[in-house]
Each structure stands twice: as structure tokens, then as C-alpha cells.
Ligand binder design. Structure first.
Ligand SMILES: NC(=O)c1ccc[n+]([C@@H]2O[C@H](COP(=O)([O-])OP(=O)(O)OC[C@H]3O[C@@H](n4cnc5c(N)ncnc54)[C@H](O)[C@@H]3O)[C@@H](O)[C@H]2O)c1
Length: 359
């Protein structure tokens, strides 16, 4: 097992990474110390990993709240149902919520923990690649508004993350690929060497090679922990992590949160960001081609066929990364060097979108 730290002073917390951690009673027991524990999970993950986690928490008062699976349930109504469970079970301020599942479970459970009695502890036990490399680390919690993603939420850090890479063996290939889109993002914004490593390990990753997956989770968490420690509330550099996300969130919302998985929308958004960077003379055409080729080899979509460029642009303006001063975009100066810039004129964006999204 590897343990990294997210360094946030008194709110610092460990990220434990390894295979079989959910069943490790000693680790789970000393990481989750509360007497009352509510495990929040979903209908897909519960039959796979709930038993093992409950066994590791055997001596606690342990309750479970199982959510219907899927992004469309990441709503205030779902949060209210979890609060109903907490109240009905008489959960106190020193209780702990454990999020067992992907990013949807983690985001809802984390936001519920932030709200319940003005904040109780929560521990992330991510079971998708996307959640292990990204959403479980850094304390962004939220639910969606029908018109815009993650519109209602809080910065609220977990007290620990237990990333059991053994859980990735049951992940459907499409979900694995969606997580790899966020992994590619780290290479693109911060670490050209890691991007090159990914190009060399596509087959190993798609074959769920444990060493390759372990490296990907570790390196991604290291990079995310570094950025979060520097800029917890996204006043500056943390916004780099949004590469592809302003485009991607617009696509997710236009697709009714059903057409593309989050990571798939981010993959298309990353290609759009790369093409915009090329149009602005920042990135070379050959680097943009390398980016698209890697995403494609991971089996990710790189085009948003059938959408109007104007609809995408309008949806981008609603994204919460827009400020009163206008929209900022994460672009690339090179592979490994992300930059945050004011969005270029609409005409330029519309022409990139017309080339890539609307055909
Ligand atoms: N908070 C953040 O910083 C942050 C960062 C990135 C993404 N997100 C959010 O994360 C969400 C996407 O997360 P996700 O991709 O994990 O989606 P998800 O939580 O919907 O999980 C994907 C699917 O995989 C299933 N699943 C989970 N673990 C499994 C396993 N081990 N084996 C088999 N099936 C399994 C789930 O039931 C679900 O059907 C989005 O809502 C996105 O906005 C948040």
C-alpha cells in the first residue's frame, strides 16, 4: 500500500492506495474512527463491495443508504433522502459518512456531510478510476441543477481516501476509459513525461494491469494533491484541473446527462481545448494530433456529432467557471503546460466548435 498526503494544515488527510484495502480491517478500522457510520453507495456497487466494507467496520453502528445508480440522481432530492436517513437513524455530529462508489456517490455523500448538522466527517472509498484519480481527492462536493452541472455544492474535504484499486477489475470498459480521460488531463496540464508514459502503456491499462493502474492512480493523486494544497478554493492554479471541462460540462448538459459519461464529455472537451490552443498559435498541430490519438486509443469519443455550435457556446456561458468578467478557459501552451486564459472571441470558438462538434 502507498499513502500520500493532501497537505492542508489541520485539515490534511491521507490517500491510501492499494489492492484489497476495503477488506483490510486494520486499515479501515483506524481510518474510520466514528462510532456511527452511514455508508452511502449505489445499486451497482452495493452487491460488489458493501459486504466487505461492512465486515471491516464490524464493531460500529453501521447503516447503509443505497442510491439509484447514475448522474441523473445527483440532485438535491437525493441529498434530502440521505438526510432523512441520518435523521431517522439519529446520527450525531460525531458520525461519519462513508462514500463507497464512483464520483456521483462521492459528490453527493460529500455534500451531504458538509450540510448535515453544519458538517460531519466523511471518508471517500472510490471504486471507479475517475473517482480514484480525481473526484475523491480535493474536497469539491456538489449536486446538479437541472440546467447546470455541479451548480449547488461546497468545498468540503474528506478526512481520508481509501482507493482500493482491486475494485477496478469489475469496472465496465467504458467507465475505465472515462477515468482515463481525467488521467490524460494531468499529463497535459502538468506532466509531459507522464503523458508519454501513458502513450507507452495504453494496452497495459486497458488490460487492467495492476502495476500500470497503481502507477496511474498514484501519479494522478500526487499531482492533484499538489495543486489542491497550493490552491484549495480554486482562486488560481487549481482551475487548470478544468481542462476540457467547460466544453465538457456544456456537452453533458446538452446531452441530458445521459448521452456521454462525464469522462467522455471531458475527452471531447479536451480535444476542443487543444484545437482552440492551436487556433491561438499556442499548441502545435502535431501535439494536438497526439492528444486526440491517445484519447482515441483509450476508446474515448473525440467529437460531439449532431450538436449546434451555438447551443454549445450558450451552454458554456452557464458553466460556473464563468465569472462576471467573462469565461476563462484552460488551454495548452504545450503538452505538459496548461494555462488559464480569458476565452477568445466567440467567432473563434464557434469556428472550432463547427469543425469538431457539429459535423
Ligand atoms: N468532485 C470532484 O472533484 C469531481 C471531479 C471529477 C468528476 N466529478 C464527478 O464525478 C462524477 C462521475 O464519476 P464516475 O465516473 O465515477 O461516475 P459514477 O459514480 O456514476 O460511476 C460510474 C458507474 O460505475 C458504477 N461503478 C462504480 N464502481 C464500480 C465498480 N468498481 N465496478 C463496477 N461498476 C462500478 C457505478 O454504479 C456507475 O454506474 C460526475 O458527477 C462528475 O461531475 C467530481
Amino acid at each position: 500500500m502507498d499513502t500520500l498526503e493532501v497537505a492542508l494544515g489541520a485539515r490534511s488527510y491521507p490517500i491510501h492506495i492499494g489492492a484489497g484495502l476495503i477488506g483490510d480491517r486494520e486499515l479501515v478500522g483506524k481510518t474510520i474512527t466514528a462510532e456511527q457510520v452511514l455508508i452511502v453507495t449505489d445499486t451497482t456497487v452495493a452487491p460488489l463491495y458493501l459486504d466487505a466494507l461492512q465486515r471491516s467496520l464490524a464493531e460500529r453502528t453501521c447503516r447503509t443508504h443505497v442510491l439509484a445508480e447514475g448522474e441523473q440522481h445527483k440532485t438535491l432530492a437525493t441529498l434530502a433522502e440521505i438526510v432523512d436517513t441520518l435523521v431517522a437513524e439519529n446520527f450525531h455530529r460525531d458520525a461519519c459518512i462513508v462514500a463507497l462508489g464512483g464520483g456521483v456517490v462521492g459528490d453527493i455523500a460529500g455534500f451531504t456531510a458538509a450540510c448535515y448538522q453544519r458538517g460531519i466527517d466523511f471518508v471517500q472509498v472510490p471504486t471507479t478510476l475517475l473517482a480514484q484519480v480525481d473526484s475523491s481527492v480535493g474536497g469539491k462536493t456538489a449536486v446538479n441543477h437541472p440546467r447546470a452541472k455541479n451548480m449547488i455544492g461546497a468545498f468540503y474535504q474528506p478526512t481520508a481516501v481509501i482507493a482500493d484499486i482491486g475494485t477496478l477489475t469489475t469496472l465496465p470498459p467504458r467507465e475505465l476509459a472515462a477515468g482515463l480521460a481525467e488521467v490524460v488531463k494531468y499529463g497535459l496540464i502538468l506532466d509531459a513525461k507522464f503523458f508519454g508514459w501513458l502513450e507507452d502503456h495504453v494496452e497495459a491499462l486497458l488490460a487492467l494491469d495492476a502495476d500500470a493502474l497503481g502507477h496511474v492512480v498514484r501519479r494522478s493523486c500526487e499531482l492533484k494533491a499538489m495543486i489542491v494544497a497550493e490552491d484549495e478554493r480554486e482562486r488560481g492554479r487549481r482551475a487548470l484541473l478544468n481542462l476540457g471541462h467547460t466544453f465538457g460540462h456544456a456537452l453533458e448538459s446538452l446531452g441530458g446527462y445521459g448521452r456521454w459519461l462525464h469522462g467522455e464529455a471531458v475527452a471531447i472537451g479536451t480535444v476542443l481545448a487543444a484545437c482552440t490552443s492551436v487556433e491561438l498559435g499556442k499548441l502545435t498541430v502535431s501535439d494536438a494530433e497526439r492528444i486526440e490519438a491517445l484519447l482515441d486509443r483509450f476508446g474515448l469519443p473525440t467529437r460531439a456529432n449532431g450538436l449546434s455550435e451555438r447551443a454549445i457556446l450558450e451552454a458554456m456561458a452557464i458553466d460556473k467557471k464563468a465569472t462576471a468578467a467573462g469565461l476563462n478557459l484552460v488551454l495548452l501552451d504545450a503538452i505538459g503546460t496548461g494555462i488559464i486564459e480569458a476565452a477568445p472571441p466567440d467567432e473563434l470558438l464557434l469556428s472550432v466548435l463547427a469543425d469538431l462538434a457539429a459535423n
